[in-house]
Design a protein. Structure first.
Length: 412
Protein backbone atom coordinates (compact mmCIF):
# COMPACT_ATOMS: atom_id res chain seq x y z
CA UNK A 1 0.00 0.00 0.00
CA UNK A 2 1.29 3.44 -0.96
CA UNK A 3 2.08 5.93 1.74
CA UNK A 4 -0.05 9.01 2.15
CA UNK A 5 0.95 11.62 -0.43
CA UNK A 6 2.91 14.49 1.10
CA UNK A 7 1.47 17.98 0.87
CA UNK A 8 4.20 19.16 -1.49
CA UNK A 9 3.34 16.40 -3.98
CA UNK A 10 -0.35 17.20 -3.72
CA UNK A 11 0.39 20.86 -4.42
CA UNK A 12 2.43 20.02 -7.52
CA UNK A 13 -0.30 17.71 -8.83
CA UNK A 14 -3.00 20.29 -8.10
CA UNK A 15 -1.11 23.04 -9.92
CA UNK A 16 -0.56 20.78 -12.97
CA UNK A 17 -4.21 19.78 -13.05
CA UNK A 18 -5.35 23.42 -13.00
CA UNK A 19 -3.15 24.14 -16.03
CA UNK A 20 -4.42 21.18 -18.05
CA UNK A 21 -7.75 22.77 -19.01
CA UNK A 22 -6.77 26.37 -19.60
CA UNK A 23 -10.10 27.56 -20.97
CA UNK A 24 -12.12 26.13 -18.09
CA UNK A 25 -9.61 27.40 -15.52
CA UNK A 26 -9.56 30.87 -17.12
CA UNK A 27 -13.35 31.12 -16.93
CA UNK A 28 -13.33 30.02 -13.31
CA UNK A 29 -10.58 32.48 -12.44
CA UNK A 30 -12.49 35.28 -14.19
CA UNK A 31 -15.65 34.51 -12.22
CA UNK A 32 -13.77 34.51 -8.92
CA UNK A 33 -11.81 37.67 -9.76
CA UNK A 34 -14.89 39.61 -10.83
CA UNK A 35 -16.76 38.59 -7.67
CA UNK A 36 -13.87 39.59 -5.40
CA UNK A 37 -13.38 42.90 -7.23
CA UNK A 38 -17.11 43.64 -6.92
CA UNK A 39 -16.97 43.03 -3.18
CA UNK A 40 -13.93 45.29 -2.81
CA UNK A 41 -15.53 48.13 -4.77
CA UNK A 42 -18.89 47.90 -2.99
CA UNK A 43 -17.26 47.56 0.43
CA UNK A 44 -14.98 50.53 -0.25
CA UNK A 45 -17.94 52.59 -1.46
CA UNK A 46 -19.92 51.86 1.70
CA UNK A 47 -16.84 52.62 3.81
CA UNK A 48 -16.60 56.02 2.16
CA UNK A 49 -20.29 56.78 2.73
CA UNK A 50 -19.99 55.88 6.42
CA UNK A 51 -16.79 57.92 6.80
CA UNK A 52 -18.29 60.99 5.14
CA UNK A 53 -21.45 60.72 7.22
CA UNK A 54 -19.46 60.58 10.44
CA UNK A 55 -17.23 63.51 9.52
CA UNK A 56 -20.22 65.59 8.43
CA UNK A 57 -21.95 65.03 11.77
CA UNK A 58 -18.77 65.74 13.73
CA UNK A 59 -17.92 68.93 11.87
CA UNK A 60 -21.41 70.36 11.74
CA UNK A 61 -22.94 69.51 15.12
CA UNK A 62 -21.47 67.27 17.77
CA UNK A 63 -17.69 67.50 17.67
CA UNK A 64 -15.75 64.36 18.63
CA UNK A 65 -16.41 64.27 22.39
CA UNK A 66 -18.84 66.09 24.66
CA UNK A 67 -18.70 66.53 28.44
CA UNK A 68 -21.86 67.46 30.36
CA UNK A 69 -23.96 66.61 33.36
CA UNK A 70 -25.77 63.30 32.86
CA UNK A 71 -29.19 64.97 32.72
CA UNK A 72 -28.22 67.21 29.84
CA UNK A 73 -27.94 64.39 27.30
CA UNK A 74 -31.44 63.15 28.14
CA UNK A 75 -33.33 66.43 28.65
CA UNK A 76 -31.16 68.57 26.37
CA UNK A 77 -32.07 72.21 26.01
CA UNK A 78 -35.46 71.77 27.68
CA UNK A 79 -33.97 72.42 31.11
CA UNK A 80 -30.61 74.18 30.67
CA UNK A 81 -30.66 75.61 34.20
CA UNK A 82 -30.72 72.14 35.77
CA UNK A 83 -27.64 70.94 33.89
CA UNK A 84 -25.11 73.74 34.23
CA UNK A 85 -21.39 73.07 34.52
CA UNK A 86 -19.36 75.31 36.78
CA UNK A 87 -15.86 76.16 35.62
CA UNK A 88 -14.19 74.52 38.62
CA UNK A 89 -16.05 71.27 37.89
CA UNK A 90 -15.31 71.12 34.19
CA UNK A 91 -11.54 71.30 34.55
CA UNK A 92 -11.61 72.73 31.04
CA UNK A 93 -7.99 73.82 31.00
CA UNK A 94 -6.74 70.32 31.88
CA UNK A 95 -8.98 68.67 29.32
CA UNK A 96 -7.91 71.07 26.57
CA UNK A 97 -4.25 70.07 27.14
CA UNK A 98 -4.86 66.35 26.65
CA UNK A 99 -2.96 64.77 23.73
CA UNK A 100 -5.04 64.71 20.58
CA UNK A 101 -7.31 67.63 21.50
CA UNK A 102 -7.26 70.36 18.87
CA UNK A 103 -9.82 72.73 20.40
CA UNK A 104 -12.24 72.89 23.33
CA UNK A 105 -15.39 74.97 23.14
CA UNK A 106 -18.17 75.74 25.60
CA UNK A 107 -21.84 75.64 24.68
CA UNK A 108 -25.16 76.36 26.31
CA UNK A 109 -28.41 75.14 24.81
CA UNK A 110 -31.93 76.42 25.31
CA UNK A 111 -35.44 76.43 23.84
CA UNK A 112 -36.82 79.78 22.73
CA UNK A 113 -39.41 81.56 20.64
CA UNK A 114 -38.03 83.53 17.71
CA UNK A 115 -39.97 86.43 16.23
CA UNK A 116 -39.44 88.64 13.19
CA UNK A 117 -42.07 91.16 14.35
CA UNK A 118 -44.86 89.56 12.33
CA UNK A 119 -44.79 85.89 13.34
CA UNK A 120 -43.08 83.61 15.81
CA UNK A 121 -41.27 80.33 15.42
CA UNK A 122 -40.02 77.85 18.07
CA UNK A 123 -36.28 77.25 17.89
CA UNK A 124 -33.46 75.43 19.66
CA UNK A 125 -30.81 77.98 20.55
CA UNK A 126 -27.09 77.42 21.01
CA UNK A 127 -24.71 79.81 22.70
CA UNK A 128 -21.29 79.23 21.16
CA UNK A 129 -17.73 80.50 21.25
CA UNK A 130 -17.31 81.85 17.73
CA UNK A 131 -13.57 81.43 17.27
CA UNK A 132 -13.44 77.82 18.47
CA UNK A 133 -16.64 76.84 16.66
CA UNK A 134 -15.19 78.14 13.39
CA UNK A 135 -12.53 75.41 13.65
CA UNK A 136 -15.17 72.75 14.24
CA UNK A 137 -17.80 73.75 11.69
CA UNK A 138 -15.93 72.87 8.49
CA UNK A 139 -19.00 70.97 7.25
CA UNK A 140 -21.32 73.95 7.78
CA UNK A 141 -22.00 76.00 4.65
CA UNK A 142 -22.88 79.68 4.93
CA UNK A 143 -25.63 80.27 2.38
CA UNK A 144 -25.85 83.98 3.11
CA UNK A 145 -23.83 86.42 5.18
CA UNK A 146 -20.99 85.32 7.44
CA UNK A 147 -20.19 83.29 10.51
CA UNK A 148 -20.24 84.73 14.01
CA UNK A 149 -17.02 86.45 15.05
CA UNK A 150 -15.53 87.01 18.53
CA UNK A 151 -16.44 90.69 18.21
CA UNK A 152 -20.16 90.02 17.77
CA UNK A 153 -22.45 90.55 20.74
CA UNK A 154 -26.11 90.92 19.79
CA UNK A 155 -25.88 88.92 16.58
CA UNK A 156 -27.06 85.50 15.46
CA UNK A 157 -26.86 83.05 12.59
CA UNK A 158 -29.91 80.95 11.74
CA UNK A 159 -30.44 77.62 10.01
CA UNK A 160 -31.74 77.59 6.46
CA UNK A 161 -35.12 76.23 7.58
CA UNK A 162 -35.52 78.93 10.22
CA UNK A 163 -34.65 81.58 7.64
CA UNK A 164 -37.29 80.25 5.25
CA UNK A 165 -39.94 80.04 7.95
CA UNK A 166 -39.53 83.68 9.04
CA UNK A 167 -38.17 85.15 5.79
CA UNK A 168 -34.87 86.11 7.39
CA UNK A 169 -31.66 87.26 5.75
CA UNK A 170 -28.48 89.05 6.85
CA UNK A 171 -29.48 92.38 8.38
CA UNK A 172 -32.90 91.19 9.61
CA UNK A 173 -33.87 92.16 13.16
CA UNK A 174 -35.25 89.43 15.36
CA UNK A 175 -36.31 89.04 18.97
CA UNK A 176 -35.60 85.96 21.04
CA UNK A 177 -37.77 85.05 24.01
CA UNK A 178 -36.59 82.33 26.41
CA UNK A 179 -36.98 81.34 30.06
CA UNK A 180 -34.00 82.07 32.29
CA UNK A 181 -32.50 79.43 34.54
CA UNK A 182 -34.87 80.71 37.25
CA UNK A 183 -37.90 80.20 34.95
CA UNK A 184 -38.46 83.93 34.35
CA UNK A 185 -39.00 85.14 30.79
CA UNK A 186 -36.35 87.24 29.12
CA UNK A 187 -36.07 88.88 25.69
CA UNK A 188 -33.17 90.00 23.52
CA UNK A 189 -33.12 91.90 20.25
CA UNK A 190 -30.62 90.46 17.78
CA UNK A 191 -29.42 91.02 14.23
CA UNK A 192 -29.12 88.13 11.77
CA UNK A 193 -25.63 88.13 10.27
CA UNK A 194 -25.75 84.80 8.43
CA UNK A 195 -27.81 81.84 7.24
CA UNK A 196 -26.16 78.41 7.48
CA UNK A 197 -26.78 74.95 6.15
CA UNK A 198 -25.45 71.84 7.88
CA UNK A 199 -25.62 68.16 6.97
CA UNK A 200 -28.98 67.70 8.72
CA UNK A 201 -32.12 69.35 7.40
CA UNK A 202 -33.89 68.87 10.75
CA UNK A 203 -31.05 70.69 12.51
CA UNK A 204 -31.27 73.58 10.06
CA UNK A 205 -35.04 73.78 10.50
CA UNK A 206 -34.85 74.58 14.21
CA UNK A 207 -31.44 75.99 15.17
CA UNK A 208 -30.25 79.51 15.91
CA UNK A 209 -26.72 80.24 17.13
CA UNK A 210 -25.58 83.29 19.06
CA UNK A 211 -22.45 84.26 21.03
CA UNK A 212 -22.06 82.37 24.30
CA UNK A 213 -21.97 85.59 26.34
CA UNK A 214 -25.22 86.74 24.74
CA UNK A 215 -26.93 83.41 25.43
CA UNK A 216 -25.78 83.54 29.04
CA UNK A 217 -27.26 87.03 29.32
CA UNK A 218 -30.55 85.78 27.90
CA UNK A 219 -30.65 82.87 30.36
CA UNK A 220 -29.25 84.93 33.24
CA UNK A 221 -26.39 82.56 34.04
CA UNK A 222 -22.62 82.32 33.77
CA UNK A 223 -22.59 78.54 33.39
CA UNK A 224 -22.50 76.33 30.33
CA UNK A 225 -24.18 73.04 29.47
CA UNK A 226 -21.45 71.21 27.58
CA UNK A 227 -17.78 71.15 26.73
CA UNK A 228 -17.21 70.08 23.13
CA UNK A 229 -13.86 68.67 22.01
CA UNK A 230 -12.48 68.79 18.49
CA UNK A 231 -9.68 66.30 17.91
CA UNK A 232 -6.85 66.20 15.41
CA UNK A 233 -7.89 62.71 14.29
CA UNK A 234 -11.26 60.98 14.55
CA UNK A 235 -9.44 57.70 15.19
CA UNK A 236 -8.31 59.07 18.57
CA UNK A 237 -11.89 59.49 19.83
CA UNK A 238 -12.01 56.46 22.13
CA UNK A 239 -8.55 57.15 23.56
CA UNK A 240 -9.30 60.80 24.30
CA UNK A 241 -12.72 59.95 25.74
CA UNK A 242 -11.08 57.58 28.25
CA UNK A 243 -8.61 60.28 29.27
CA UNK A 244 -11.42 62.82 29.69
CA UNK A 245 -13.39 60.40 31.86
CA UNK A 246 -10.37 60.08 34.14
CA UNK A 247 -10.10 63.87 34.41
CA UNK A 248 -13.83 64.28 35.05
CA UNK A 249 -14.21 61.27 37.35
CA UNK A 250 -14.67 63.37 40.48
CA UNK A 251 -16.81 66.08 38.89
CA UNK A 252 -20.11 64.19 38.39
CA UNK A 253 -19.84 64.65 34.64
CA UNK A 254 -20.68 62.32 31.78
CA UNK A 255 -18.54 61.89 28.68
CA UNK A 256 -20.06 60.85 25.36
CA UNK A 257 -18.43 60.31 21.99
CA UNK A 258 -19.82 61.44 18.66
CA UNK A 259 -20.96 57.92 17.77
CA UNK A 260 -23.21 57.80 20.83
CA UNK A 261 -24.52 61.35 20.38
CA UNK A 262 -25.56 60.84 16.76
CA UNK A 263 -28.31 58.24 16.74
CA UNK A 264 -28.83 58.76 13.00
CA UNK A 265 -25.25 57.64 12.35
CA UNK A 266 -25.74 54.21 13.93
CA UNK A 267 -29.01 53.65 12.10
CA UNK A 268 -27.36 54.51 8.79
CA UNK A 269 -24.34 52.29 9.54
CA UNK A 270 -26.61 49.38 10.45
CA UNK A 271 -28.52 49.83 7.19
CA UNK A 272 -25.34 49.96 5.08
CA UNK A 273 -23.81 46.94 6.82
CA UNK A 274 -26.97 44.88 6.36
CA UNK A 275 -27.06 45.77 2.66
CA UNK A 276 -23.40 44.84 2.28
CA UNK A 277 -24.01 41.58 4.13
CA UNK A 278 -26.71 40.64 1.64
CA UNK A 279 -24.37 41.60 -1.20
CA UNK A 280 -21.67 39.31 0.23
CA UNK A 281 -24.10 36.38 0.23
CA UNK A 282 -25.18 37.12 -3.35
CA UNK A 283 -21.59 37.29 -4.60
CA UNK A 284 -20.70 34.11 -2.70
CA UNK A 285 -23.57 32.28 -4.39
CA UNK A 286 -22.69 33.70 -7.82
CA UNK A 287 -19.08 32.59 -7.55
CA UNK A 288 -20.16 29.24 -6.15
CA UNK A 289 -22.54 28.60 -9.06
CA UNK A 290 -20.02 29.82 -11.64
CA UNK A 291 -17.23 27.60 -10.34
CA UNK A 292 -19.06 24.47 -9.23
CA UNK A 293 -19.97 23.43 -12.77
CA UNK A 294 -16.43 23.80 -14.05
CA UNK A 295 -14.97 21.95 -11.05
CA UNK A 296 -17.50 19.14 -11.31
CA UNK A 297 -16.87 18.58 -15.03
CA UNK A 298 -13.11 18.68 -14.55
CA UNK A 299 -13.20 16.16 -11.72
CA UNK A 300 -15.47 13.71 -13.55
CA UNK A 301 -13.28 13.89 -16.65
CA UNK A 302 -10.38 12.68 -14.50
CA UNK A 303 -12.29 9.97 -12.66
CA UNK A 304 -10.09 7.33 -14.34
CA UNK A 305 -6.96 9.04 -13.04
CA UNK A 306 -8.33 9.08 -9.53
CA UNK A 307 -9.28 5.38 -9.90
CA UNK A 308 -5.69 4.62 -10.90
CA UNK A 309 -4.39 6.49 -7.85
CA UNK A 310 -6.58 4.44 -5.57
CA UNK A 311 -5.67 1.20 -7.37
CA UNK A 312 -2.02 1.98 -6.67
CA UNK A 313 -2.80 2.22 -2.97
CA UNK A 314 -3.59 5.89 -2.39
CA UNK A 315 -6.44 6.50 -0.01
CA UNK A 316 -9.76 8.18 -0.69
CA UNK A 317 -8.57 10.99 1.55
CA UNK A 318 -5.68 11.62 -0.86
CA UNK A 319 -8.09 11.96 -3.78
CA UNK A 320 -10.42 14.21 -1.84
CA UNK A 321 -7.52 16.30 -0.56
CA UNK A 322 -6.17 16.70 -4.10
CA UNK A 323 -9.51 17.99 -5.43
CA UNK A 324 -9.97 20.37 -2.51
CA UNK A 325 -6.40 21.61 -2.88
CA UNK A 326 -7.03 22.31 -6.55
CA UNK A 327 -10.06 24.36 -5.51
CA UNK A 328 -8.03 26.19 -2.86
CA UNK A 329 -5.25 27.02 -5.33
CA UNK A 330 -7.80 28.17 -7.91
CA UNK A 331 -9.56 30.26 -5.29
CA UNK A 332 -6.31 31.79 -4.04
CA UNK A 333 -5.18 32.74 -7.54
CA UNK A 334 -8.61 34.08 -8.54
CA UNK A 335 -9.01 36.02 -5.30
CA UNK A 336 -5.54 37.53 -5.71
CA UNK A 337 -6.37 38.61 -9.26
CA UNK A 338 -9.67 40.02 -8.01
CA UNK A 339 -7.94 41.92 -5.23
CA UNK A 340 -5.50 43.47 -7.70
CA UNK A 341 -8.32 44.30 -10.11
CA UNK A 342 -10.48 45.75 -7.32
CA UNK A 343 -7.63 47.88 -5.98
CA UNK A 344 -6.79 49.28 -9.43
CA UNK A 345 -10.45 50.00 -10.18
CA UNK A 346 -10.88 51.65 -6.77
CA UNK A 347 -7.98 54.01 -7.42
CA UNK A 348 -9.33 54.91 -10.85
CA UNK A 349 -12.90 55.48 -9.64
CA UNK A 350 -11.69 57.52 -6.67
CA UNK A 351 -9.68 59.77 -8.98
CA UNK A 352 -12.78 60.38 -11.10
CA UNK A 353 -15.26 60.57 -8.20
CA UNK A 354 -18.86 59.39 -7.90
CA UNK A 355 -21.43 62.25 -7.91
CA UNK A 356 -24.01 61.52 -5.23
CA UNK A 357 -27.42 63.08 -4.53
CA UNK A 358 -28.21 64.40 -1.04
CA UNK A 359 -28.71 61.62 1.54
CA UNK A 360 -32.05 61.37 3.38
CA UNK A 361 -32.71 64.38 5.62
CA UNK A 362 -29.90 66.35 3.98
CA UNK A 363 -29.45 69.03 1.35
CA UNK A 364 -25.79 68.31 0.58
CA UNK A 365 -24.73 66.76 -2.70
CA UNK A 366 -21.26 65.27 -2.55
CA UNK A 367 -18.69 63.30 -4.52
CA UNK A 368 -18.04 59.83 -3.16
CA UNK A 369 -14.95 57.68 -3.60
CA UNK A 370 -13.83 54.11 -2.89
CA UNK A 371 -12.23 54.02 0.58
CA UNK A 372 -10.32 50.79 0.98
CA UNK A 373 -8.95 49.24 4.14
CA UNK A 374 -7.38 45.92 5.03
CA UNK A 375 -10.65 44.43 6.28
CA UNK A 376 -12.53 45.08 3.01
CA UNK A 377 -9.79 43.50 0.91
CA UNK A 378 -9.24 40.57 3.29
CA UNK A 379 -12.95 39.75 3.60
CA UNK A 380 -13.44 39.88 -0.18
CA UNK A 381 -10.40 37.62 -0.66
CA UNK A 382 -11.71 35.17 1.95
CA UNK A 383 -15.16 35.03 0.35
CA UNK A 384 -13.68 34.31 -3.09
CA UNK A 385 -11.48 31.57 -1.66
CA UNK A 386 -14.28 30.09 0.46
CA UNK A 387 -16.70 30.00 -2.49
CA UNK A 388 -14.20 28.05 -4.60
CA UNK A 389 -13.40 25.56 -1.85
CA UNK A 390 -17.11 25.06 -1.16
CA UNK A 391 -17.68 24.44 -4.87
CA UNK A 392 -15.05 21.68 -4.74
CA UNK A 393 -16.49 19.77 -1.77
CA UNK A 394 -19.32 17.94 -3.57
CA UNK A 395 -17.18 16.77 -6.55
CA UNK A 396 -14.39 15.75 -4.15
CA UNK A 397 -16.76 13.64 -2.05
CA UNK A 398 -18.29 12.07 -5.14
CA UNK A 399 -15.05 10.97 -6.78
CA UNK A 400 -13.44 9.86 -3.50
CA UNK A 401 -16.40 7.58 -2.75
CA UNK A 402 -16.61 6.18 -6.28
CA UNK A 403 -15.73 2.46 -6.37
CA UNK A 404 -12.27 1.84 -7.84
CA UNK A 405 -13.57 -0.46 -10.58
CA UNK A 406 -16.17 2.09 -11.67
CA UNK A 407 -13.56 4.85 -11.71
CA UNK A 408 -11.13 2.74 -13.78
CA UNK A 409 -13.87 2.23 -16.40
CA UNK A 410 -13.78 5.97 -17.02
CA UNK A 411 -10.23 5.75 -18.45
CA UNK A 412 -10.31 6.70 -22.10
Amino acid sequence: MADKLPLASLCVLAARNIGRSRTRSALSLAAIAVGVAALILSGGFINDLIFRLGEALIHSQSGHVQVARPGYFSSGSRAPGKNLIAEDQAQASQIAKLPGVKALMRRIGFSALLSNGRSSYPVAGEGIEAEQEAQLASAVLMLQGRRLSPKDRYAAIVGAGVARALDLKPGSSISLVAPTVDEAMNTLELEVVGVFQSFSRDYDDRTIKLPLQTAQELLDTRGVNALVLLLHDTGQTAQVARAVREKAANAALEVKTWEVLNDFYWKAVALYERQFGVLRIIVLLMVLLAVVGAVNVGVLERAGEFGTMRALGNKSADVMGLVLLEGALMGTLGAALGAALGYAAARLISDIGIPMPPPPNSNFEFTAAIRLDAWVIASAFAIGLAATVLASIAPALRVSRMPVIQALREIN
